[in-house]
Design a protein around this ligand. Sequence first.
Ligand SMILES: Nc1nc2c(ncn2[C@@H]2O[C@H](COP(=O)(O)OP(=O)(O)OP(=O)(O)O)[C@@H](O)[C@H]2O)c(=O)[nH]1
Length: 303
Amino acid sequence: MKRKSKIPVTVITGFLGAGKTTFINYVLQQKKGKQFALVENEFGDVAIDTKLISGVDASQMFELKQGCICCTLTDEYELVLQELAERFPNIEHVLIETTGVADPAPVIQPFFKDENLAELYVYVGTVCLVDAMNFTTQPEKDILLKQLAIADTILVNKSENLPDTEKEDFKVALKQINPLAEISFISYGKANPELNQLHLKAANGIDLMPDPELHAHIQKKKLTFQHPLNRAEFLRWLDYTLDIYKNKIYRTKGILCFQGEPFEYIVQGVGGSFELIEGDLILDSIESQVVFIGKLEGLSIDF
Ligand SMILES: Nc1nc2c(ncn2[C@@H]2O[C@H](COP(=O)(O)OP(=O)(O)OP(=O)(O)O)[C@@H](O)[C@H]2O)c(=O)[nH]1
């Protein structure tokens, strides 16, 4: 049976123990009746823990067969997702939970690059869970920073005992890493973000925070253009720039106006890949803006 529309895909990331499973369980409980499929894999573990995931039919759960999603991603990933869409035409939303130590970029990029997947699915954003109790002491900071930089929504979980003043400090610190993401403080995963529109929402608020002290590891750069861009030239430049800096630019997001085109476009990039999504009709502002987040020190990013 051919599907009528593409299946939205939301990626759930966050460091080990941050509360990803707790959050997913909460979402599934809140949205009972909606057909979710969960693709997850646990490091070195083959069996899915069905007890943990309520609300999802066990037959709708798929798991990659080997270890960690980030280092073993091969054709298998694309095949699992294709099979999922074909075998379960009623699925309304796919959640992909990365392992706590995984870089989420390779999980997202196939939705931009793989034609078969792009026909079946639409990537709608990433939620990153943060552990409020252990954030400062967490090891593997690089992976954590990348997870945060890629996220459209950051949920600071386990924040039930966090005083308001500390929440403010926390927020400022997170905004320095990712000024585009929405940030909420929650406990026991109780957050109900609109899982469908995460990245479009984030693209609306592209203003960068005043940032006198750059984060030691992550920087961001915003390019603004007052005149409509030449589509072919700009995309060629963007493609080239993201390709040469694919390990440095974690995330790209922007709103573009092209010469002679009535609609604006939202550009959404993770690592070396990006996609363009047609946005609203251009009514007044013809300004284009693109923000890059990553380890940008010393990079030449200028169109
Ligand atoms: N105190 C407190 N504990 C929480 C909260 N949310 C989750 N936990 C607990 O934290 C532990 C880890 O939660 P999980 O949801 O399994 O975390 P995870 O990110 O899926 O963990 P991994 O899959 O190992 O990466 C569990 O024991 C949860 O019960 C919270 O808001 N506050």
